[in-house]
Design a protein around this ligand. Structure first.
Ligand SMILES: [Ca+2]
Length: 340
């Protein structure tokens, strides 16, 4: 828990001895209890600079303390410039794919829709190998040979796109969405934190475009769903017995307490920090289902499926204009921006 920049109420008695005089002497920094307390709240305070940080004078503090029967102090904790820990705690907000270039963070917040996104695949620069060979007159030389193409990074929404996010999209654009559908949406996704449903492929694609991201390709979706595991059936591995720790699907048991749709991110994430890659709602991908080019792919299974439908390799399809209570989507981004 990071409380930089926030106002914290605490009892000075937590610190044991209360001293008279200036504020930095009220706190017995040498006591074990105070150290624990400070650590607990991740406070980075130089006690010498306490005053300045608080913007208080000794008389302020004296009157504040004497005015209360229980000794209570309000600390204004400020961000300590250049502090490594403060840097770690800072939320990285990204406004466009271009801003993903060279960033160190593995989790970001996408500015436009507030979506939390996680790094699924880092940027891989073109890789070369040194190869011993000869020049035209027979002298040995070392040549650089390209062995691996550069590949863009892949960032994915940690959760399915929510009702709240989709409403924001509709309010900000003139995208057409059948108002009659809302009665159906609210039947299953009753809050702003539930996944948006009854969205067709065009709705999902339009949202992605508006927000400055795109739908994942089927291959990207599956790579992400595997969460770094190799050759496993589900995003968490092969064990069907723990399926309800990670997936909201047909019925109720264990951690799955939702007869229909759960608010996004209610269960455990996979190895990349992605929630509901199996279950809750099917997720539209970019691709056509097959060469007939009449249906688009959906992945991951929904609240209506049994475990067979939850497999990471499982494929499903609908006509792109089809909407249903079990289908939603999430978006991806990356740098450099994928072409096509
Ligand atoms: Ca899902």
């Amino acid at each position: 828990m990071h409380l930089f920049g926030k106002v914290i109420d605490f009892e000075l008695s937590e610190f044991g001895q209360v001293y008279s005089g200036v504020m930095n002497k009220y706190v017995d920094v040498s006591s074990e209890k105070s150290k624990t307390f400070i650590k607990k709240f991740d406070l980075i305070i130089s006690f010498g600079d306490y005053y300045a940080a608080m913007g208080m004078t000794p008389s302020n503090i004296e009157s504040m303390i004497s005015n209360k029967s229980r000794i209570l102090a309000v600390l204004l904790v400020i961000i300590v410039a250049g502090s490594v820990r403060a840097e770690d705690a800072k939320e990285v907000v990204i406004a466009s794919a271009e801003e993903l270039k060279g960033i160190k963070a593995k989790k970001i917040t996408w500015k436009k829709d507030g979506a939390k996104m996680v790094l699924v695949k880092p940027y891989v620069p073109t890789q070369y190998e040194e190869k011993a060979t000869f020049d035209r007159v027979g002298n040995p030389i070392t040549k650089k040979v390209e062995v691996l193409d550069a590949s863009p990074s892949l960032w994915m929404d940690a959760t399915e796109v929510t009702v709240g996010q989709f409403k924001k999209f509709l309010k900000s654009t003139d995208h057409q969405f059948d108002g009659e559908l809302w009665a159906e949406v609210y039947k299953y996704s009753s809050t702003d934190w539930h996944p948006m449903i009854y969205v067709n492929w065009y709705d999902a694609t339009a949202y992605a475009k508006w927000v400055g991201k795109r739908l994942p390709t089927e291959a990207e979706w599956e790579f992400a769903a595997r969460g770094g595991l190799v050759g496993k059936k589900f995003p968490w591995g092969d064990d069907e017995a723990v399926a309800r720790d990670y997936a909201n699907y047909d019925g109720i048991r264990g951690r799955d307490k939702w007869q229909s749709i759960a608010p996004v991110g209610s269960l455990k994430p996979n190895g990349y920090g992605l929630y509901d890659m199996s279950g809750n709602v099917w997720e539209w991908c970019q691709d056509w289902y097959d060469n007939s080019r009449t249906e688009r792919v959906l992945r991951g299974g929904s609240w209506l499926n049994d475990p067979i439908g939850l497999r990471v390799a499982g494929r499903h399809y609908y006509a792109p204009s089809y909407t249903v209570n079990g289908s939603g989507f999430r978006c991806v981004s990356g740098f450099p921006v994928a072409q096509g």
